[in-house]
Design a protein around this ligand. Structure first.
Ligand SMILES: [Zn+2]
Ligand SMILES: [Zn+2]
Length: 275
């Protein structure tokens, strides 16, 4: 299983030079499992991913590509109108929202609204690719070589973590972003992440910053490390970096994280991890 980060920033894209080591684009992760590729969230990072898919024609052309959403806050959907392959009539995408208690809103309408004329010149139905919408109250999905399980976690408006398993290689990726654990880390997330080969966990804040942002929906790196340790994951990648944390700041955070959990990294744009 191959994982590639195209967006690692939380909340809003940023372009100043002192943020470029870790990257300025918002959340988007490409997952390759055997012959299948899937995309987690469509923050602004999906624009560069789209350009690579168009250049690298073997990827995602012969079978549908799932784009799975943790939730629909701006920083997780903002790149979709700029995703070039979605304008290619030969391609097929499945926009997916799995998980119990997804609130009742029609999935397609979320994206139609984002692209209505007041906000964007091209409507969703004018993009060109076949785009299906897969919305289910089931908490799991089996598709060709992949199984995925979704679990709701605490975030304003709710968000979902995913456990993705490769059927052939047995490798496990857990993706957990935009989560506010509260005073204790969520034991259900620890369970979901159990023995994962890679846990991608957000950490917008330092432990000092966290108490000042109660109700904002995010975690500290200390909580990400705690989940990783309690779940005995093999590797931890921290993402959703705060837009005010520059490269020097994040390098320092990374050292503190690695002192507590050596097999950890702070995700950088274009970073690839093979598990
Ligand atoms: Zn976010
Ligand atoms: Zn959010």
């Amino acid at each position: 299983m191959k994982i590639r980060f195209y967006g690692t920033r939380g909340s809003i894209p940023i372009c100043e030079p002192q943020y470029q080591e870790f990257g300025g684009n918002t959340t988007c992760v490409l997952v390759e499992v055997s012959d299948n590729i899937g995309i987690l969230d469509a923050g602004t990072g999906i624009r560069n991913l789209g350009k690579e898919l168009v250049t690298d024609q073997h990827l995602g052309i012969d079978r549908p590509v799932f784009i799975a959403f943790s939730h629909f806050h701006w920083d997780h959907i903002q790149g979709l109108p700029f995703f070039l392959p979605a304008y290619d009539a030969k391609r097929h995408f499945i926009i997916s929202a799995i998980g119990r208690e997804r609130y009742g809103k029609d999935l397609k309408s979320i994206f139609q609204m984002q692209m209505q004329r007041d906000y964007f010149p091209v409507p969703l139905d004018g993009m060109g690719a076949a785009i299906d919408f897969h919305q289910t109250d089931e908490d799991s999905l089996v598709f060709e070589n992949v199984t995925a399980k979704a679990l709701k976690h605490n975030h304003p408006g709710d968000a979902y973590s995913f456990r993705i398993e490769g059927k052939r290689d047995g490798k496990v990726l857990v993706f957990c972003t935009d989560i506010e654990h509260g005073d204790e880390v969520d034991s259900n997330i620890v369970e979901l992440a159990k023995d994962a080969d890679l846990l991608i966990h957000e950490a917008q804040y330092t432990p000092d910053e966290l108490p000042k942002h109660k109700g904002w929906g995010h975690s500290s790196w200390e909580q990400a490390v705690e989940v990783a340790k309690r779940a005995s994951v093999k590797k931890l990648a921290i993402t959703h970096h705060d837009p005010d944390h520059d490269d020097a700041f994040l390098r320092n955070v990374e050292k503190q994280v690695q002192a507590q959990f050596p097999n950890a990294v702070l995700a950088r744009e274009k970073m690839e991890i093979e598990i």
